[in-house]
Write a protein that binds this ligand. Structure first.
Ligand code: NAP
Length: 486
């Protein structure tokens, strides 16, 4: 056995032994899919790993609870796997613990050998155009958090009654989610876990027309086929797509040749346009308009309701090659107005920095080399922070589905294993014990997994009375009270 191999072997045995007196203390910040998949893989790969998962919310599961649409229960099945991880004897969940205010990153790094940041993307990209702060304009994230009962947005009260028209900017899957929730028959939403306040507001909503506006064409729409088919299949709804928008250029043909997904989306949209019937005078009839080649230029203010949006001024676009087969939208200087009383910006989420953490503000991610946080780059060489890692949307940017985090977690655990083998974690750390002392000293009312189980049981019991899988508790007070109940 070579000396190098022997050294690696001894260090890995040191941390992988379940009876080791010096376990590998790991803290994962964020209890969404990226955090839980990383915990799962770490626990399996290293018998000596003790994993604490902290989250600023009293509830675990991040995007699965607050982001996944209520009418997509099958996607929420991941919660079963995450719950098994949280109940693992070497894993603990502590909710209602906020990194940055309850604890500093430097304190966590002092307590744990490994800190994995997996707190996702809790903010939004801005358009940076005039009128963006008018009321009636929300990010899709705010709207999604509202209908999913996120405690920070349960009192949002979006105006769904001032007109029959909503505009959604962006043509990704989040845009489709919010369009579907606005247009789907309420009876179909009533048996989901949608928040009670959202269901009542949607029942009274006068929105019947939704415009999904994209700055590029149908070949470039950032949709996936399953999600598009679902929205096209909504009962009693007409699809509107201008025939001229479906004209394809040789560059579009090339894009479709290189991507089966792009081709499939184009075919589905073309088929839907061809099948579109004429609107009848049914008051409950809905319309979904796909508007292509238009970029928002400014928001219009209502004359009657000062400070409220009354529409969007859109600039027509054409596509220009940006090299390597990519086409970008360029304004033509021709403008038109689209009137509405509600605007949802579905142009992408954005991660937020915390004190003491390197952050790339332009890309909205933590700079990293394959998950290792980069402190600085000198003459092309990146220096990484010892024991500090990043995964999920905070690492890659806000793209990808829940399962994408499986690959991210695998890479993460690969890096941590390499660092174990390289002998990076030799000092002794306090782990959970030190965290508990710190939280107690600061009087932080942490919610552990048994606290979450009480919330879960209460929500399920309230839901069963209404034939819903759960009735979510939507305020901080109610969540904390349920977690603390005997
Ligand atoms: P996305 O897929 O990146 O789509 C963003 C949309 O916003 C694109 O149409 C983009 O147009 C447009 N956009 C961006 N900046 C713009 C600007 N300045 N002006 C006008 N338009 C702009 O993001 P997302 O919809 O937020 O979804 C995030 C990730 O979650 C995606 O990977 C998505 O697939 C996933 N997701 C999946 C599901 C599901 O599987 N059911 C549900 C929800 C979300 P360009 O293409 O021209 O940039």
């Amino acid at each position: 056995m070579s000396r190098r191999y022997l050294a690696r072997y001894l260090v890995s045995r040191y941390f992988s032994s379940s009876v080791s007196s010096r376990p590998l203390h790991v803290c994962i910040v964020g209890s969404g899919p990226a955090g839980f998949y990383t915990a799962d893989k770490l626990l399996k790969a290293h018998e000596g790993a003790r994993v604490d998962i902290i989250d600023r919310l009293p509830t675990p599961f991040g995007l699965v609870r607050s982001g996944v649409a209520p009418d997509h229960p099958e996607t929420k099945i991941a919660i079963n796997q995450f719950s098994r991880v949280a109940q693992h004897e070497r894993c603990s969940f502590y909710g209602n613990v906020k990194l940055g205010s309850d604890l500093l990153l430097s304190e966590l790094r002092d307590l744990y050998h490994v800190v994995v940041l997996a707190y996702g993307a809790e903010s939004d990209k801005d358009l940076g155009i005039p009128g963006e702060s008018l009321s009636g304009i929300y990010s899709a994230r705010e709207f999604v958090w509202w209908y999913n009962g996120h405690p920070d947005y349960s009192s949002l009260k979006p105006d769904l009654k001032s007109s029959d028209t909503a505009v959604i900017l962006g043509q990704g899957n989040v845009a489709l989610d919010v369009a579907r929730i606005l247009l789907r028959p309420r009876t179909e939403l009533a048996s989901t876990d949608i928040a009670r306040h959202a269901l009542s507001a949607l029942e009274e909503s006068s929105i019947r027309k939704v415009f999904l506006v994209g700055r590029r064409g149908p070949v470039q729409a950032a949709l996936t086929a399953k999600e598009l088919r679902e929205v096209l299949g909504i009962k009693n709804m007409h699809i509107r797509i201008k025939e001229t928008d479906l004209t394809v250029t040789p560059a579009d043909e090339e894009e479709m040749k290189n991507s089966r997904i792009r081709k499939r989306i184009y075919e589905l949209l073309s088929k839907a346009a061809a099948a579109a019937g004429t609107s009848e005078s049914d008051p409950d009839q809905r319309e979904l308009h796909f508007v292509f080649f238009r970029q928002p230029d400014r928001f219009l203010e209502s004359n009657e309701r000062k400070g409220h949006v009354s529409g969007v001024n859109l600039e027509k676009t054409i596509l220009e090659s940006a090299g390597s087969g990519k086409q970008l939208a360029v304004g033509t200087g021709e403008f038109e107005d689209l009137n509405c009383s509600l605007v949802l910006k579905a142009i992408g989420y954005k991660s937020v920095p915390i004190n003491g953490l390197p952050f790339d503000h332009k890309k909205g991610v933590v700079p990293n080399v394959r998950g290792r946080v980069v402190s600085q780059t000198v003459e092309g060489l990146s220096q990484t922070e010892r024991g500090l890692y990043v995964c999920g949307w905070l690492k890659r940017g806000p793209v990808g589905i829940i399962a994408t985090n499986l690959y991210c977690a695998e890479e993460m655990v690969g890096r941590i294993s390499e660092d174990i083998e390289e002998g990076v974690f030799t000092s002794s750390k306090e782990g959970s014990k030190g965290l508990m002392q710190l939280l107690e000293k600061r009087e932080v009312k942490k919610v552990d997994f048994s606290g979450w189980e009480k919330i879960d049981a209460k929500e399920k019991q309230m839901g069963s009375e209404k034939n819903k899988p759960r009735e979510k508790l939507v305020t901080w007070e109610d969540l904390l009270a349920a977690a603390a109940a005997n």
